[in-house]
Design a protein around this ligand. Structure first.
Ligand code: C2E
Ligand code: MG
Ligand code: MG
Length: 484
């Protein structure tokens, strides 16, 4: 018979081999845990500065939005972009640039609370996500960061200052992180364009007008080519006789979607993008072709007057402008005195070599040169004598107050006297009533323009008025006592 010995129950407590094994497993687990934590930390950390990275921002954003969905306040995002970092980097070198980024990260961290998440998104861009933070507190934090960045950063052998432009956006329920970053970035751009080192709160209205502007730029290029621009014409009248002496061509844009757009809305865009050169050439060609037609038309040819065209600063800077003017006059068989170019004070006052060259060449060509909107800008009487112009169109703000304030007439008489004593002719714009026309005539003003004589009209309507002129007498409303 075989006898089996009962198994002895093994107690782990007293088996040293098993205890050792257990210790090893525990140590291994702890090590694994530590490595996993380290890996997790690394994957959420910006290696250079030690603050969070984009992944950390994404995590914090998701958490804060979930909390907001459950009733807490929405998070706020501050997006920072260092000012002039590129040039700092190229002048101070890469190592110094890294040191600056590390210092900036530290300073941002010191300016925020423990549960605000500071991250570097790459380059010189940082973001701070503040859970459940209202606008006022977020603004205060942003300003604290700006203040923290003020002191110079010590780089060993020299020190530099590195300010930042900051955009603030409070999250809304529909926001993804990308949306939030994009809108905060728009606020950063606004801060940069307003002179940097500022905190700007995202403003949807500004964003909308910028987007519209961008759209206009794209559309305008197409608009010029697709013949969507139109010219309106407004008469300039001799105050003593009521005769038409000129007409101003004023451009409008017949937009296929937005309808008729006024020049104030697209000329600045055209100027800022260089499209103004093409636009200006179109206006010059179209207006002079129109004048040729009126002079050829038996129904209107007895009324001879000049065309007035608005010229922008960019035109004066273009070497081809004088040639364009000469070519158009030649092509239409019109004499130079049939064209007057209106230049604003702003355009003319740049007064560099090219401007002077263009102005002198135009003058030699024999076209009329007029300062437009006189008194609206720099108002320096001094340059009236120096510039090679022969006319001044006084800004309509001066006429506006006529009739309200008795001393205004004396003031206008003084302006008129200065213009005359400089050997120039004055044109007064913005005349809206018979009384204004009469008062101006009474102080010796010779020429006027304004709604009283006629609003800017499309070609067909202007032609109808032109056909109704007797000799040169422009048909104006009853009650005008200025001409005899
Ligand atoms: P501007 O050259 O001073 O043109 C006069 C502006 O005053 C015109 O506005 C005209 O409609 C308006 N106006 C005329 N009479 C009266 C009046 O009695 N009362 C009032 N309140 N306003 C009057 P518009 O057509 O909107 O043009 C605005 C500006 O756009 C022009 O000012 C000019 O600087 C610019 N502009 C217009 N056409 C062109 C163009 O072909 N090229 C360039 N570069 N600029 C243009
Ligand atoms: Mg004008
Ligand atoms: Mg004007």
């Amino acid at each position: 018979m075989t006898s089996t010995k009962p198994h002895r129950l093994v107690s782990t407590d007293d088996d040293p081999r098993i205890r050792g094994l257990e210790r090893q497993v525990r140590a291994l687990m702890e090590e694994l845990h530590r490595v996993r934590n380290e890996q997790r930390h690394d994957s959420l950390t910006d290696a250079l500065t030690g603050v969070g990275n984009r992944l950390a921002l994404a995590g914090a954003f998701t958490q804060a939005m979930e909390a907001a969905a459950n009733g807490s306040s929405p998070p706020a995002l501050l997006l920072l972009n260092l000012d002039g970092f590129k040039s700092l980097k190229s002048s101070a070198g890469h190592a110094a640039a890294d040191q600056i980024l590390v210092t900036v990260a530290m300073r941002i961290r010191s300016a925020v609370r423990e549960d605000d998440v500071v991250t570097r998104l790459g380059g010189d861009e940082f973001a701070v996500l503040m859970p459940a933070t209202p606008k006022n507190r977020a603004t205060a934090v942003g300003n604290r960061i700006l203040a923290a960045l003020e002191p110079n950063i010590d780089l060993g052998n020299n020190s530099v200052q590195c300010a930042a432009s900051i955009g603030l956006r409070i999250a809304e329920p529909h926001h993804t992180l990308e949306d939030l970053l994009q809108e905060a970035d728009f606020a950063v751009e606004e801060s940069k364009s307003e002179g940097r080192s500022k905190l700007k709160l995202f403003d949807p209205v500004t964003l909308h007008s910028r987007q519209l502007q961008r759209q206009i730029v794209g559309d305008l290029r197409e608009g010029i080519r697709a013949d969507q621009l139109v010219l309106y014409y407004q008469p300039i009248v001799e105050l003593a006789t009521g005769n038409i002496e000129g007409c101003e061509a004023l451009v409008r844009w017949n937009h296929p979607v937005h309808g008729l757009i006024m020049p104030d809305q697209f000329i600045p865009v055209a100027e800022a993008t260089g499209l103004i050169a093409e636009l200006g050439r179109w206006v010059l060609r179209t207006a002079m072709r129109q004048l040729r037609q009126w002079r050829d038309d038996p129904a209107t040819q007895q009324t001879v007057f000049s065309m007035r065209i608005n010229v922008s600063a960019a035109d004066l800077q273009s070497l081809e402008f004088v040639d364009d003017v000469r070519d158009v006059l030649l092509a239409e068989g019109l004499s130079p005195d049939s064209l007057v170019l209106e230049l604003t004070e702003g355009a003319i006052i740049q007064n560099n070599e090219l401007d002077r060259y263009t102005l002198m060449s135009l003058r030699r060509l024999g076209v009329g040169l007029e300062i437009d909107d006189f008194g609206a800008g720099y108002s320096s009487m001094g340059y009236l004598r120096k510039l090679p112009v022969d006319r001044v169109k006084v800004d309509r703000q001066f006429v506006k107050d006529l009739g309200k304030d008795p001393s205004q007439l004396e003031f206008l008489a003084a302006i008129q006297q200065v213009i005359r004593s400089c050997g120039l002719e004055g044109v007064w714009e913005g005349i809206e009533t018979a009384q204004e026309a009469e008062l101006l005539r009474s102080i010796g003003c010779t020429s006027g323009q304004g709604y009283f004589f006629g609003r800017p009209l499309p070609e067909a309507d202007f032609l109808a008025r032109l056909k109704a002129t007797r000799g040169h007498l422009w048909p104006i409303p009853e009650g005008f006592t200025g001409h005899k």
